[in-house]
Design a protein around this ligand. Structure first.
Ligand code: EPU
Length: 419
């Protein structure tokens, strides 16, 4: 894998634009499996995960053309109703074709997603929801196998507001017979974006973005043209990059309504935050100060910004307390941050961060996407050179990350693995 070479120090300044949301685009692509004709999706980020989902759709037999952020997906003439292990193993979100395949074609075979660097990530709720709609679900030889002679609407409660389960069930329900009600549904903006996409295809959905979603099944779905919402996690990451260098940056392409608690926490930490029609800006007039943060499902503080926030708080004045409530292994970045001179202790799902005046550059390795971003941020502020290895993890979810940071004044360079 490539690595980054970062010279820490420069204060980031200027304006940068966020790309379309990874965690929306991937689900819209899965939903396109159900369309009778072509779907055209704009503002799709050119990242590895999108490329893997393109491979999943191509494996199924769909036509996929991607250029300049525009993705066209056409239906398969003789679909292969399967998401194979070699693709699901690279990206768990491939499991999101399960609901669409059963709903549209009555059958699906999807490799069971395995472990993941940020912790156990089950799919039991996805399977339970689909079973309640009448699908016969089983697991055999490492594959989820599902069959249905037509799905029927149901009323179900999720044990946890899981994004993936909400999406898989919502997608299956749009072609089910009758009404489906999902209670304790995930409320993320990406769920509302998926519902808008499905509605454009002719689905009838109410309440997406709230904890109760009601879906009235339709017989067929047409193609749709849709623009993906801005990536709130990329926006947050770029704002945190500015904050760790005590810089001043405006991020365009952001909906401030998607990051309310994050913006509030940044203010509490001493950052000056402004949000308007252009986007969100940050500047750090004095110092960053320690805060308390607990990750929670949306609209709570996003787990996908926790490692990057941890990096910033590592250089704050005072002590911070972080609680991670979503994933059981999302403090893997701590050992690497400590190699850069941070003072962070963890106990189970809590971290205590004692701020230090300056981090010091060192070689470190990305263990997953957000941990990788956190290490880049740390490197931007560290004294001397930081080498971030295994940045393939970062390429999964950030489009032109180093280019965007360099445009704000960062000294960051990609070194290809063979060099
Ligand atoms: N869970 C279950 N059973 C299920 C489903 C989930 O126990 O059937 C548990 C998981 O084990 C986990 C928690 O519920 O502990 C959260 O899982 P959720 O289903 O909400 O997450 P996801 O859909 O797998 C998406 C994002 C993640 C993001 C989480 C939480 C995508 C492709 N991934 O994952 O994004 O952290 O929601 O918001 O949308 C990232 O972008 O870096 C990333 C990891």
């Amino acid at each position: 894998m490539d690595k980054y070479l970062i010279e820490g120090g420069p204060r980031l300044a200027g304006t940068v634009r966020a790309s379309g949301a990874k965690n929306s685009a991937l689900k819209l692509m899965a939903a396109a499996v159900m369309a009778e004709d072509a779907c055209l999706i704009h503002n799709v980020p050119d990242i590895m995960d999108v490329r893997i989902m393109m491979d999943v759709l191509a494996y199924i037999g769909m036509g996929v053309t991607f250029s300049g952020g525009d993705l066209e997906i056409t239906p398969a003439t003789a679909p292969r109703l399967e998401a194979p292990y070699h693709l699901v193993q690279k990206m768990r979100a491939a499991v999101e074709v399960l609901g669409p395949l059963i709903a549209r074609h009555g059958r699906a075979r999807v490799a069971m997603p395995g472990g993941c660097n940020i912790g156990a990530r089950q799919v039991d709720m996805h399977m339970k929801g689909l079973a309640l709609m009448g699908a016969r679900m089983g697991v055999s030889h490492g594959y989820i196998e599902a069959e249905a002679d037509g799905l029927s609407g149901t009323h179900l409660y999720l044990d946890f507001a899981s994004m993936g389960a909400t999406e898989n069930i919502m997608m299956a329900a749009v072609l089910a017979d009758g009404v489906t009600v999902v209670e304790n549904a995930a409320k993320e903006p990406e769920i509302a974006d998926l519902a808008a996409f499905l509605s454009g295809m002719g689905a009838r959905i109410e309440g997406a973005g709230t904890s109760t979603i009601e879906i009235e099944g339709s017989r067929t779905l047409s193609g749709v043209e849709h623009t993906v919402i801005g990536d709130r996690i990329e926006v947050g990451t770029l704002l945190l990059a500015a904050a760790i260098t005590r810089g001043e940056v405006l991020v365009e392409g952001a909906d401030p309504g998607h990051l309310e608690i994050f913006i509030e926490k940044m203010r509490e930490a001493g950052c000056e935050m402004r949000a308007d029609g252009r986007g969100i800006s940050v500047s750090v007039p004095r110092e960053v100060t320690g805060v308390e943060i607990s990750t929670l499902p949306y609209p709570g503080f996003p787990t996908d910004l926790q490692p990057q926030t941890l990096a910033v708080l590592a250089t704050a004045q005072g002590t911070s307390f972080i609680t991670e409530n979503i994933f059981d292994n999302r403090f893997m970045v701590v050992d690497e941050l400590n190699r850069l001179g941070a003072s962070i202790k963890t106990n189970d799902h809590h971290a205590i961060v004692r701020g230090v005046p300056r981090l010091s550059g060192a070689p470190v390795s990305a263990t997953d996407l957000r941990a990788g971003a956190a290490l880049v941020l740390a490197g931007l502020s560290a004294e001397g050179t930081t080498e971030v290895y295994d940045i393939g993890h970062i390429d999964r979810g950030y489009e032109r990350f180093e280019e965007k940071l360099a445009s704000l004044g960062a000294k960051i360079e990609r070194v290809p693995s063979e060099a």
